[in-house]
Design a binder for this molecule. Sequence first.
Ligand SMILES: *[C@@H]1O[C@H](CO)[C@@H](O)[C@H](O)[C@H]1NC(C)=O
Ligand SMILES: *[C@@H]1O[C@H](CO)[C@@H](O)[C@H](O)[C@H]1NC(C)=O
Ligand SMILES: *[C@@H]1O[C@H](CO)[C@@H](O)[C@H](O)[C@H]1NC(C)=O
Length: 303
Amino acid sequence: MLPMLILIFWAILARSWPLAATHPLPPTAQKSIFILAGQSNMAGRGGVTNDTATGVTTWDGIVPPDCRPNPSILRLAANLTWMEAREPLHSDIDYNKTNGVGPGMAFVHAILRAAKLEFGLVGLVPCAVGGTKITEWQRGTVLYDQMTRRAQAALRGGGRIRAVLWYQGESDTLEREDAELYKRRLEGLFVDLVADLQSPGLPIIQVALASKVGPYTETVRAAQLGISLPNVRTVDAMGLPLEPGGLHLTTPAQVQLGKMLARALLNSIPKPISLISSKAPTMMPSNFILDFLLRLVRILGTI
Ligand SMILES: *[C@@H]1O[C@H](CO)[C@@H](O)[C@H](O)[C@H]1NC(C)=O
Ligand SMILES: *[C@@H]1O[C@H](CO)[C@@H](O)[C@H](O)[C@H]1NC(C)=O
Ligand SMILES: *[C@@H]1O[C@H](CO)[C@@H](O)[C@H](O)[C@H]1NC(C)=O
């Protein structure tokens, strides 16, 4: 029995090492994939100014060092091809609006600084659309379907979805009913999304609102801060600087938020998984099973 087990283990290792040893990854290779979804503050309005006389909005084009392009950071364009990621990340997704800087690039830079080996090539999948309510993101809606379709397209070239970043809710602060139903709808979305992406335990890092748009902001914030799903982490954006108008985070605020999201994700990954992943960034059955077991233990531990 024991020799048999050793043989099986050896066979798995022998299969794994040569795969793990492949170097400079082409754009079609294994990626750490992140889904970006929600409304305008995820799409990014940092540096977008509004000429109140004419109502014309323009982006100032300022890209801080934390948001600069880097050959190892890719973006899935609206036409489902990978390209080097550049601000504004959502220009062809939230195409009716003037997009600026969001949290995505600063998030990836922070992740790569903290865990270079572990994440390797990064693939961002922007899906956010400004002005959308949570009802527009429930399973079966256009935006939900687009998000899951884009996530599946992102996986086609190889890789693994590492997390969903979610920032939405401003549009649900205007009416009492929307605010009161927010928690149930948000939890429903998160549960459905993880199931439909077939990624049990997939981390979702969400943002609690920074702006006080509607009269029911505190109800929505309480819902966000009260989510208690084991795979969901919440960072609170309240207090970050806003553009004039009081709705959108400024570019420096988005950089700070990106770093907060990165810290929340890195803190939510148990160490053993990082060690395994840094040796073998490809998705092998052995790692996959170990990863799954570790996540299961973690989930059971939090119940
Ligand atoms: C720009 O300002 C005008 C006038 O204050 C306002 O009606 C409009 O909604 C603003 N547009 C954006 C995108 O903020
Ligand atoms: C896909 O979209 C990007 C960005 O809009 C564009 O640069 C690229 O040429 C497009 N690729 C194809 C194959 O259409
Ligand atoms: C853009 O505007 C058109 C026309 O109103 C609408 O049909 C479409 O859904 C909008 N798309 C996005 C991404 O905002």
